[in-house]
Design a protein around this ligand. Structure first.
Ligand code: ADP
Ligand code: MG
Length: 242
């Protein structure tokens, strides 16, 4: 299968601080890749370089075979990459359904009727069919995060970038969000997932990447990587978090 995303020697510096130190990674169509690693290892920066919320200092990002660079194509490329963050960033003054249809109407130029029909389907997919008219303030954290996922899916992304999407949630709400991601993985969505949920990474990912100090230290199949970490750094990390 073809690569949806390719990172080649990706480097990011903030001043003299090298945060990404030559990252090579490819994500194939339909693949779910989980990125794990200690705080500050560069995971969020890596995701942000993919859709160019951060400008890389070196190396290349290829999305569907094309370099992600500033210019006329960037907006359209970004529209095909969904990103969901730890904090949901919903529009608080809009209903749930209005949040979901905003970008399809504004960017994809769908009619309101069509966008609403699709939006309702998506809300049903994330288990929120009955919440379309609610406002974000009336929802739990887990529900808000599922709205944020539905909002990303409304753009029919070819790649989903998920950055610690459960880490701001109360523990009892984590499962309902992970369930949505698990279903997306089964349906063949291509995803790059930064997570500190090791059990989830092991279960849902086709491949797990361990980052430390701005580099990929180790990567492999989930069971092998978790059961038989080769590097000292991954062994130490897993001992600390498991
Ligand atoms: P992670 O997501 O793995 O916790 P980050 O990618 O957020 O790591 O951060 C990696 C490093 O880059 C950290 O040392 C962080 O302080 C630094 N960093 C991230 N964003 C910026 C920024 N905008 N300016 C300066 N330093 C940053
Ligand atoms: Mg982070």
């Amino acid at each position: 299968m073809s690569d949806v995303l390719v990172l080649e020697g990706l480097v990011k510096r903030f001043g003299t601080h090298t945060v990404l130190d030559g990252v090579d990674l490819a994500v194939r169509e339909g693949e779910t890749v989980a990125i794990i690693g200690p705080s500050g290892s560069g995971k969020s920066t890596l995701l942000r370089c993919v859709n160019r919320l951060e400008e890389p200092s070196g190396g290349r990002v290829l999305f569907q075979g094309e370099p992600v660079v500033p210019g006329p194509k960037l907006r359209a490329m970004r529209a095909r990459m969904g990103m969901v963050f730890q904090h949901f960033n919903l529009f608080t003054h809009m209903s749930v359904l209005a949040n979901v249809i905003e970008a399809p109407v504004q960017v994809l130029k769908l009619s309101r009727t069509e966008a609403e029909a699709r939006g309702r389907d998506l809300l049903a997919r994330v288990g929120l069919a009955d919440k379309s008219q609610a406002f974000p303030s009336q929802l739990s954290g887990g529900q808000k995060q599922r709205v944020a996922i539905a909002r990303s899916l409304a753009m029919e992304p070819k790649l989903l970038l998920l950055d610690e999407i459960t880490s701001a949630l109360d523990p009892e709400l984590v499962g309902e969000v992970l369930q949505v991601i698990r279903a997306l993985a089964k349906q063949g969505m291509t995803m790059l997932i930064v997570t500190h949920e090791m059990g989830f990474a092991r279960e849902v990912a086709d491949r797990v990447v361990f980052m430390d100090g701005g580099r990929i230290v180790e990567e492999g199949l989930p069971d092998a990587l978790f059961a038989r970490p080769r590097s000292d750094r991954l062994q130490l990390f897993l001992r600390a978090v498991l």
